[in-house]
Design a protein around this ligand. Structure first.
Ligand SMILES: C[S@@+](CC[C@H](N)C(=O)[O-])C[C@H]1O[C@@H](n2cnc3c(N)ncnc32)[C@H](O)[C@@H]1O
Length: 273
C-alpha cells in the first residue's frame, strides 16, 4: 500500500477503480482547458502500471503521447503491454517508458511537456524528490496535476475507541526513516503546494475521498490489514489490542457493516500569465 517502497501490480489493480472514482474530475477538466492546440505530451510520474493515464487520457485532447516514469520497470511494462486508452476524440494514445529515480529529473527533461501528472505519489516521496519535481515543472513552465496524496485523515464507521491511536501510529509510520529515505507521508501534498506557491505559481487544491464500504469489501479489507500492520510496526505497544480490534473490524467487513473514508488531496498547479 501507499507508504511502502515495494508496490505490487496487484495492489495497484485492486485500487484502480476506487482511485478513478475518487480523483477530481473538476481539476482534470481544468487541466484539459490548459492544453495547447495540436499534439500534447504528458509525463506521468510514479506511473506504476498506468492507472492515471487510463483515467485522464479521455479528458484530454489528442494526439497524445504519454511518457511514464517509474523506478520499477516491471510496473511500467504492464502499462506499455496493456490496452492503450483513447483520447477525448477516441484516438489511441502513444506510450513510452522512462525508468529511473524522480530525484534525478532535470527541467530540460521536460522541454516538450504539455502536462505533468502523478497519482498516489507525493506521500511516498522524499523532500529532495518533491523539490526536483516542482523545480522541473517550474523550469519547463508546465502545469501539473498531482492527484490522490493521502492526508492522514481516516474515518471509520462505526467508530471505535482505538481508531485514533491506530491512525496516529500509521501516520507516524509513513514518515519514518527507512531504507535511507524519509518519506513526506501526509505532509507531501501540502509541501508541494507551498513549493509551487513560493515559486509564484497558482495552485487549486481539491479534497478527494476513498469511500470504502461493502461494495469494495476486498479493497477495504486489504487496506485495513496494511493500515493496522504498519501501525503495529510503528507502535509495538498497540499489539496488545490489535488482535481484538482486527478481529472485530474484519468481522464487520465480512458482514458489510464497516465503512472507511480515507481523505486525499489533489492539486492542479500552473504558472501565472
Ligand atoms: C502508490 S504507487 C502509485 C502508482 C500509480 N500512480 C497509480 O496511481 O496506480 C507509487 C509509484 O511511484 C513509484 N515511485 C515512488 N518513488 C519513486 C521515485 N523516487 N522515483 C521513481 N518512481 C517512484 C513507485 O515505484 C510506484 O509505482
Amino acid at each position: 500500500m501507499s507508504g511502502i517502497l515495494e508496490v505490487s501490480g496487484e495492489w495497484l489493480a485492486l485500487r484502480e477503480p476506487e482511485d478513478a472514482a475518487a480523483r477530481s474530475r473538476d481539476l482534470a477538466l481544468a487541466a484539459a482547458a490548459m492544453m495547447p492546440d495540436g499534439p500534447i505530451v504528458v509525463h506521468d510520474l510514479g506511473s506504476g502500471t498506468g492507472s492515471m493515464m487510463r483515467w485522464l487520457a479521455p479528458f484530454l485532447p489528442g494526439p497524445q503521447t504519454w511518457i511514464l516514469h517509474d523506478w520499477h520497470a516491471d510496473l511500467i511494462e504492464r502499462a506499455i503491454d496493456g490496452v492503450r486508452p483513447s483520447d477525448r476524440d477516441n484516438a489511441a494514445v502513444s506510450v513510452f517508458a522512462r525508468t529511473g529515480n524522480l530525484a534525478n529529473l532535470l527541467p530540460t527533461d521536460w522541454a516538450e511537456a504539455s502536462l505533468v501528472t502523478a497519482s498516489a505519489l507525493l506521500d511516498v516521496l522524499t523532500s529532495r524528490e518533491t523539490l526536483a519535481i516542482v523545480n522541473a515543472c517550474v523550469g519547463a513552465r508546465c502545469p501539473a496535476l498531482l492527484a490522490l496524496s493521502v492526508t492522514g485523515d481516516v474515518r471509520l464507521s462505526p467508530r471505535h475507541e482505538l481508531d485514533a491511536e491506530f491512525a496516529a501510529a500509521f501516520n507516524a509510520h509513513q514518515v519514518r526513516e527507512a531504507e535511507d529515505r524519509q518519506q513526506l507521508g501526509r505532509h507531501g501534498a501540502s509541501i508541494a503546494l507551498r513549493l509551487f506557491t513560493e515559486a509564484g505559481w497558482r495552485v487549486r487544491p481539491s479534497t478527494t475521498l476513498w469511500r470504502l464500504d461493502h461494495h469494495r469489501s476486498r479493497l477495504l479489507g486489504e487496506w485495513f490489514v496494511g493500515w493496522v500492520d504498519a501501525a503495529i510496526e510503528q507502535a509495538p505497544g498497540l499489539r496488545a489490542h490489535a488482535k481484538r480490534y482486527r478481529r472485530l473490524r474484519m468481522s464487520q467487513i465480512e458482514r458489510g457493516e464497516l465503512a472507511a473514508h480515507i481523505a486525499h488531496l489533489d492539486l492542479l498547479a500552473w504558472p501565472h500569465g
